[in-house]
Design a protein around this ligand. Structure first.
Ligand code: HEM
Length: 502
């Protein structure tokens, strides 16, 4: 009996060993360099163990291969190609986009997971086409009065808290503002973000940013056994959270009696699409289309909520962290903001467009602190990079190391230096295409880019016109990054002293 058990264990061990050896020779066989994988976890051990973010890990490896155009890694047992060369990145994101349209995030077919960020194929094309009009300049302009209401609350609240205390954690303050904006612009609800009382919208906002155990487990499981989660029909959605958004969407649709109102916010667009029933791209024939039911609407609402407030508040707080240490930059922003407000008689879309220096500082902030530091694409068909002759199989994962590129001295000399002049009109035009990717690039870039810029810049302009930030005893010159966070986050928060200017 014992002999049988030992033999079975040895055979099993040999099978697993052979299987892993075959899996991990994938890049070697294609003559692609890369770090030696650790059995089972591949290259991603520190990420699975939450010791490093994927961005930190990929950046480290990027710096080890300065002369390569790409390198190969393994997420668990799944191979992924990381592109270093910006010409190849351009091919993937822009020139040959049709072959690389999807991110490869879709690991379940559940309707609740059909959000714009993770959907694939025709469904993405249809959805993107129909959601794009929400973010036109005209539409953004109509949202400015809503944003300005949140700005007033933001300033009033800051005025109160500086009375009591000087030292403040700026990220949580900025996220109150962006949460208020997104609640109002996307759903037409007052999320009461500045209230001292316990608040369900804030709780939900905190919860959506934590990757739940279930999601983490199945993401890792999917890295080892690609496709099985999908075949088993498992959804990665947190149903308690989804239920909250579903109730909110039902409430809004009921309040508006199933018809879009003149508010023309995100929910109005959704209701319009629901009225149309099946959503297809105009001019498309034979496209699968998409039934706009309440689940699909809720899935979009949720992704807009998550993407809408956290990324912008992070950027605002990193900017404040930098100008706290560069008072000359802060004073130049103040002068510009003050003059532009006087010229335009207040804050408006046009006024913000006139704040060129603030925009340079904003762009440099996202260069130094790209909130999303690794972008993803999936190879849709067999593909060969023309100049390198490397051929990719269908479904190969492609990673674009945007944070590493933003810190590569080849594109940005002295990359740790915070220098807004890199984005002056004459210098900006010299930055090569695909060397600056805070919002991604190509047809699948960030749909909310302009909204993000407008809400952040209005909030910052109003704040810096009234308050001044200085280093406090808690301010850290170099921020330590939280290895467990989904987007770029400082482990100990971002602390500054806030003082009234007048
Ligand atoms: C500073 C703020 C923001 C940053 C840095 C940011 C960054 C990004 C990045 C890097 C991507 C992936 C792009 C790619 O793969 O090429 C993305 C996608 C996306 N973002 Fe943003 N984002 C921000 C704000 C927003 C806002 C305000 C919204 C919505 C209100 C939004 C909604 C989305 C959506 C829906 C996608 C997926 C688009 C698609 O797949 O078609 N983002 N964002």
């Amino acid at each position: 009996m014992i002999t049988y058990a030992i033999s079975a264990t040895v055979i099993l061990f040999c099978i697993v060993y052979y299987w892993l050896k075959t899996k991990y020779s994938y890049w070697h066989k294609k003559n692609v360099v890369g770090p030696t994988p650790t059995p089972v976890v591949g290259t991603f051990g520190p990420v699975f163990l939450r010791k490093k973010t994927a961005t930190q890990l990929i950046t480290e490896i990027y710096n080890r291969y300065p002369n390569e155009k790409y390198f190969g890694i393994y997420q668990g047992t799944s191979p992924a190609l990381v592109l270093r060369d910006i010409e190849l990145i351009k091919q993937v994101m822009i020139k040959d986009f049709v072959q690389f349209q999807d991110r490869g995030f879709k690991i379940s077919d559940s309707e609740a997971d059909q959000n714009l960020f993770s959907v694939e194929g025709d469904t993405w094309r249809v959805l993107r086409h129909r959601l794009t009009p929400i973010f036109t300049t005209g539409k953004l302009k109509t949202m400015i009065p809503l944003v300005l209401r949140s700005v007033d609350k933001f300033l009033e609240y800051t005025d109160e808290i500086v009375e009591k205390n000087l030292d403040h954690e700026i990220r949580s303050l900025a996220s109150k503002y962006t949460l208020d904006v997104i609640g109002s612009c996307a759903f037409g609800v007052d999320v009461d973000a500045f209230s001292q009382k316990k608040n369900v919208y804030r709780d939900v906002a905190d919860k959506v940013l934590q990757i739940g155990f279930k999601t983490r487990f199945f993401q890792i499981f999917n890295a080892f056994f690609p496709g099985i989660v999908k075949k088993l029909g498992i959804s990665l959605t947190d149903y308690e959270l989804f239920g909250f958004f579903m109730d909110l969407v039902h409430k809004i649709i009921k309040e508006r009696e199933g018809k879009p109102k003149i508010r023309k916010d995100f929910m109005d667009f959704m209701i319009e699409l629901k009225e149309e029933g099946r959503v297809i791209r105009k001019g498309d024939t034979g496209v699968a289309g998409l039934e706009m039911n309440d689940i699909i609407i809720t899935a979009q609402a949720m992704v807009f909520y998550v993407a809408g407030f956290e990324t912008s508040s992070a950027t605002m707080s990193f900017l404040i962290h930098e100008i706290c240490q560069h008072q000359d930059i802060q004073e130049r922003i103040y002068e510009e903001v003050n003059n532009v407000i006087k010229k335009h008689g207040g804050l408006s879309y046009e006024a913000i467009s006139d704040m060129r220096y603030l925009e340079m500082v904003f762009d440099e902030t996202l260069r130094k602190y790209p909130v999303v530091g690794v972008l993803r694409r999936k190879c849709g068909y067999e593909y060969t990079f023309s100049d390198t002759k490397l051929s990719l199989e269908k479904n190969t994962s492609i990673l674009i190391p945007s944070a590493a590129i933003h810190h590569d001295p080849k594109y940005y000399p002295d990359p740790e230096k915070f220098d807004p002049e890199r984005f002056s009109p004459e210098n900006k035009s010299k930055i090569p295409s695909c060397a600056y990717l805070p919002f991604g690039d190509g047809p699948r870039n960030c749909i909310g880019m302009r909204f993000a810029k407008v809400q952040s810049m209005i909030g910052l302009a109003a704040f810096l016109n009234k308050f001044k930030v200085e280093a406090s005893s808690k301010t850290k010159k170099t921020l330590e990054i939280d290895p467990t966070a989904l987007t770029l986050t400082s482990k100990d928060g971002i602390w500054v002293n806030i003082k009234r200017r007048h």
